[in-house]
Design a protein around this ligand. Structure first.
Ligand SMILES: Cc1cc2nc3c(=O)[nH]c(=O)nc-3n(C[C@H](O)[C@H](O)[C@H](O)COP(=O)(O)OP(=O)(O)OC[C@H]3O[C@@H](n4cnc5c(N)ncnc54)[C@H](O)[C@@H]3O)c2cc1C
Length: 385
């Protein structure tokens, strides 16, 4: 969901804010189609989709009518032209309007927390606050196979520099070696045009100074993200000056993740000060059932018994608890199904990946991603994409 605009109601009656949000429905099908054909991805509207002015079927019907009238005018009406008109209008309907399937949803709110990261300055501007802007600072990482994890059993930092804590070497919780991140301001012309090869060289050189012996041939993945650095040089956790009831938790760059519990407490305090009545939910259970069960070998324990897990080479019906869908991380079908139906449901392979690690291993999803997609389609009743 993307917030497009925010209007304030200053009458004092009812909710203070009316938000227009673009809600992407059916993105599951949409992504599946795009990934399989590699075609829709190339259309600009896939990225920058603006909802049509009229419902898709109305536009499609109008298009068909125009083509038919054109045919009559040209007095070349024949079956071929009419068939062409139907085919073209139907194809345009699917390509231009039906694929992203997004709708504009109005939302009323008495309080709004602006925690939109890189977009937090844009959201602030929607309520007339231009007291800060975001200067994205990009950071890239390289991830190495698990056979490199033991090169380092501590997090190794270099001396920090003016851009932050520097490029580090660490072993992940799952045993991989991870190198990075870099730090470069997106708008800095001296770094903006760096190629991937140059970035890799910078990371490898920086990390070799800390651990000389890792094997760069074991790199399996690279990541990049942009930190939301604010023009004020610090996190902005405060009530917005132009809209009562609007709280900023903006410009939260590193280490915002580590700081998040404290940030949440501060935001709750600010909301209370703005008038929100916070009542404790006595039924709230802060403990969640763990999802990811690390497996080092091809077995699980069930009801006190050790059982073998395996991949389903013959595509036969198998016990989901023993059926391995992601062979690198040994994630079973039962674990994937469980991750989909949690209290906060998910509908994408990326979300399942984050919950279960299916697709995070050596092959990076080459084997399992389509299988996870198939399970998602089955579990969510969205057809077999
Ligand atoms: C390379 C790198 C390394 C980092 N290292 C560390 C570290 O070691 N330790 C640490 O603690 N932190 C680290 N961080 C920082 C950490 O990731 C951030 O501080 C944290 O993610 C900020 O959380 P947030 O919720 O404010 O923003 P985000 O996590 O960016 O979330 C903002 C959300 O708002 C959404 N959004 C934006 N615009 C709109 C809109 N118009 N409508 C609706 N939604 C919108 C975005 O899609 C996004 O989901 C690192 C970040 C990077 C990039």
């Amino acid at each position: 969901m993307e917030v497009l605009s925010i209007a304030q109601d200053e009458s004092g009656k009812g909710p203070r804010f009316s938000l227009q949000a673009r809600h992407h429905q059916g993105r599951f099908h949409h992504h599946a189609f795009a990934e399989y054909t590699g075609f829709i991805k190339k259309l600009k509207h896939f990225q920058d989709y603006k909802p049509p002015l009229a419902p898709p079927h109305v536009l499609s019907a109008a298009l068909f009518l125009v083509l038919t009238i054109l045919a009559l005018k040209l007095t070349v009406v024949n079956k071929v032209f009419l068939i062409l008109a139907v085919v073209i209008s139907t194809a345009l309907y699917f390509l231009l309007f039906s694929a992203p399937n997004s709708t504009i949803e109005p939302i009323k709110a008495r309080y709004v927390v602006n925690c939109a990261g890189l977009g937090s300055d844009k959201i602030a501007k929607m309520v007339g606050d231009d007291s800060f802007y975001i200067k994205p600072r990009i950071g890239e990482y390289l991830l190495l196979n698990k056979n490199q994890g033991d090169k380092c059993n501590k997090i190794l930092f270099p001396c920090p520099g003016k851009m932050g804590k520097g490029i580090l070497v660490q072993k992940t919780l799952w045993g991989n070696l991870i190198l990075g991140p870099t730090a470069a301001d997106v708008n800095d012309p001296s770094t903006a045009s760096r190629t991937t090869a140059e970035v890799m060289k910078i990371i490898l050189k920086g990390c070799r100074g800390l651990i000389p012996s890792f094997d760069s041939g074991e790199i399996i993945h690279s990541f990049a993200g942009a930190r939301a650095k604010s023009s004020r040089g610090d996190w902005i956790i405060e009530p917005c000056g132009t809209a009562p009831g609007f709280i900023h938790a903006a410009g939260i760059d590193s280490p915002g993740l580590a700081g998040s519990p404290a940030i949440a407490k501060e935001v709750v305090k600010l909301l209370k000060e703005a008038g929100l009545k916070c009542v404790s939910d006595l039924n709230f259970n802060p403990n969640r059932k763990p999802i990811i069960v690390p497996k080092n070998n091809w077995s699980i324990w069930r009801n006190g018994k050790k059982e073998s897990i395996k991949i389903n080479a013959q595509d036969k019906k198998m016990d989901p608890a023993l059926h391995v869908v992601c062979r690198c991380e040994k994630v079973t079908e039962a674990e994937i199904v469980d991750s989909i139906h949690r209290s906060l449901p998910v509908d994408s392979t990326q979300a399942v990946r984050k919950r279960t690690r299916a697709g995070m291993g050596h092959c990076q999803g080459e084997y399992c991603e389509c299988r996870v997609k198939k399970i998602l389609a089955r579990e969510l009743g969205k057809g077999n994409s």
